[in-house]
Design a protein. Structure first.
Lengths: 193, 193
């Protein structure tokens, strides 16, 4: 397969900002059931193999799951501090949970689970986030099996259909918009910053 | 007036991350007219005097203006890399443009305009953002008068009604949610991370 043309710029930004661990974090916006926007920081877990979908992990019990079931649209805003590049990735989200029948998705879900740290995996055995704080014993869990994802573990896949790339270097700054076409190809246009 | 209780934590984060210029940037999510979320990086321009509203600047011609006129709700996601603190600020946005009759708002708008750099002010005289790239001459504008905001210059005020503060230091991490009450006061509750 051919990678989307914006992937080159994103790979470049990831590489040039690699000294900053938080350059792999971005902000993911979704819409709540009441029509208001939600926004939180998530960690980029690489691209799904052989496609342009970004991998994120989340807990089945988190508020964003219900939001996504109601409205699959999302926009990731990813700012790279060192190179001053911003990517806005508009797309739809797919949830891969323990019940997903698609074998390729389950394989991706297992792979991302394996790549997590023990600490990150343990979080999926913790009490439900956002609820009244549990006593500290509730967080003392045995590290889960690295080969078998807990049922609460979900892989989220963001499939972009529009990517807005702005680089703040230069005056005026430079900006391009990429749109996915019905045939899967992409158009590129240079726009005013 | 009494400052909201989350202001102490936010001021602390701003202070402890002050060596990073980009710790004053956050991601602002709004909802498009078609019901999909939008998300972009903006610069924090301080709090409006004597209240808890966050100041942001934007161009009257930018897409977010139409989004806000249609749905005033927004969520700011603000991640502080050095201290590993995240603030999610849910609130409503008010637009102060050149026509706003409220004298207090106009004073705040003029003050923020004055505090901008010449470069930032010039951007408000540039061709419309997001349109096909204009020739470079179109970006060669005289620096606008620092005392008189251009008509395209808008001040955005984010008035939070719910603040979710997560600090990633510690295992488990620590998290508090603040809700504004009808009387203007705030409740605080500690929740699971």
């Amino acid at each position: 397969m051919t990678l989307a043309p914006w992937r080159t710029h994103l790979s470049g930004a990831l590489h040039r900002n690699r000294s900053l661990v938080y350059s792999r974090y971005f902000q993911l916006a979704t819409v709540r059931q009441d029509g208001t926007p939600a926004n939180r920081t998530v960690v980029f877990r690489g691209f799904q193999e052989k496609c342009d979908r970004l991998q994120i992990v989340t807990d089945d019990r988190s508020a964003k799951i219900v939001q996504i079931q109601h409205n699959t649209h999302a926009e990731a805003c990813w700012y790279f501090p060192k190179t001053r590049d911003q990517f806005r990735l508009q797309g739809t989200l797919e949830i891969a949970n323990f019940e997903s029948a698609d074998e390729e998705l389950q394989a991706a879900r297992r792979q991302v689970w394996e790549n997590l740290s023990d600490n990150a995996r343990s979080g999926f055995a913790w009490p439900r986030s956002g609820e009244v704080r549990s006593p500290s014993e509730a967080f003392e869990v045995d590290p889960p099996n690295p080969k078998t994802p807990l049922d609460s573990f979900c892989l989220l896949l963001l499939d972009p259909y529009c990517v807005d790339f702005l680089t703040l270097r230069g005056n005026p700054q430079n900006r391009w918009i990429y749109d996915r076409q019905p045939d899967g190809g992409w158009t590129e246009r240079e726009v005013n910053p």
